[in-house]
Design a protein around this ligand. Structure first.
Ligand SMILES: Cc1ncc(COP(=O)(O)O)c(C=O)c1O
Length: 365
């Protein structure tokens, strides 16, 4: 367990882990879900576990305000706003994004929680990173001039400190897996090795279920991967990239090296040790995808659980495709970690597509 960093515990954990009974029966599989979408504040989501660490660090530095960055519809920003509201801090989000034409979804929730959102329009030829940095500097200075002490959290809360939130979650999940008797279930139907199709496992020797996790800014995946490997947990990890990375394995390996150095973790891991794929990102971040919407409808209709179109819908769709492609054996026990993101279904570009498809459910009498 990485030492030296502490957190402020505001979450009621463990989050539930349960079997998806109707989907398991329908597909002839064993699939479970860990419900980090049910975490306590701001309608829930994975970023809250990271924020337990950031809040402690911010308060230790006597911050009166937290500023973070992301897209206009950042879930991480919305959850940062929620934590700030609970602890009486001011909050702000800076995004290089045009105004979307309406205050919906996360933007609506941000305003409700008194978070200020600063949008910067990128013009042709401008460098996004530079624009973002300039805007962050400007907004920070404006608030500091008004007497605030501003604490900065990077995109998605994905740095060394943020990753610890999911190191903890891995330990919590391992305990649940043991209690529920799911550990040691590494054998597929007819004694096949379910991992054989995919040799690059984060925890190569692990018996036990496969955990499926969405990979965005990577902090969630890296926290889990670090714990799976260093604590030798009875599980293996598969990451589903939801935005295009030039070389996703190299990127996660670099991030892991930073976390390893920060906390003196024992296990050395190279790109080949990470089971993470870009095969199901559909070429862009947060794009409307029919397959993903079909996966969302399937989950909603079979289990009454709502996935989002940007992150968890893509991950569950990847699971369905991997089953069809034989990359995950049917008899293999899989746990999908639901990371939240619900407000995404209310953003205009996803909503209009769903409205067309769901119109047949409206009956005017
Ligand atoms: C709902 C949801 N799921 C998954 C992720 C991915 O987490 P990470 O950025 O730590 O990879 C995010 C990130 O914003 C998210 O909002």
């Amino acid at each position: 367990m990485p030492s030296g960093r502490d957190k402020i515990r505001f979450l009621h954990t463990p989050t539930p882990l349960h079997r998806l009974d109707r989907i398991s029966a329908d597909l002839g599989v064993e699939v479970y879900m860990k419900r980090d979408d049910l975490t306590d504040f701001g309608t829930g989501g994975n970023k809250l576990r990271k924020l337990e660490y950031f809040l402690k660090d911010a308060l230790d530095q006597n911050a009166t305000m937290i500023l973070t960055v992301g897209g206009a519809q950042t879930n991480h920003g919305r959850l940062t706003a929620a934590v700030c509201a609970k602890y009486g801090l001011k909050s702000a989000i800076v995004a290089v994004d045009p105004y979307p034409g309406e205050i919906s979804a996360n933007l609506l929730l941000d305003g409700i929680m008194d978070c200020h959102v600063y949008l910067v329009q990128k013009l042709d030829g401008q460098d996004e990173g530079q624009l973002l940095q300039e805007a962050v500097d400007r907004v920070t200075k404006e608030w500091e001039d008004r007497g605030e002490r501003v604490y900065y959290i990077p995109m998605g809360g994905s740095n060394e400190l943020g990753a610890l939130g999911y190191y903890d979650c891995a330990l919590e999940l391992a305990e649940q897996v043991r209690e529920m008797g799911l550990a040691g279930d590494a054998t597929g139907p007819n004694g096949t090795d379910p991992g054989a199709a995919s040799p690059n496992r984060t925890n190569p020797g692990a018996a036990g279920p496969r955990v499926l996790i969405t990979v965005g800014s990577m902090g969630t995946y890296i926290g889990l991967a670090a714990a799976f490997a260093n604590e030798e947990l009875p599980m293996r990890l598969t990451g589903i990239g939801v935005l295009p990375y030039r070389d996703i394995r190299r990127s996660v390996a670099k991030y892991y090296a930073r976390v390893q150095a920060a906390y003196g973790l024992k296990k050395d891991l190279g790109p080949e040790d990470f089971d993470v794929t870009s095969d199901y990102d559909y070429g862009a971040y947060n794009n409307p995808v029919k397959d993903v919407r079909e996966a969302i409808y399937y989950m909603g209709r079979m289990e009454g659980i709502i996935l989002d179109p940007c992150y968890t819908g893509k991950t569950f769709n990847a699971y369905l495709r991997m089953l069809r492609e034989g990359k995950i054996a049917q008899g293999e026990t899989v746990i999908m970690l639901h990371t939240g993101g619900l407000p995404g279904i209310y953003t205009a570009h996803h909503r209009v597509e769903m409205e067309k498809e769901l119109m047949e459910h409206i009956h005017i009498l």
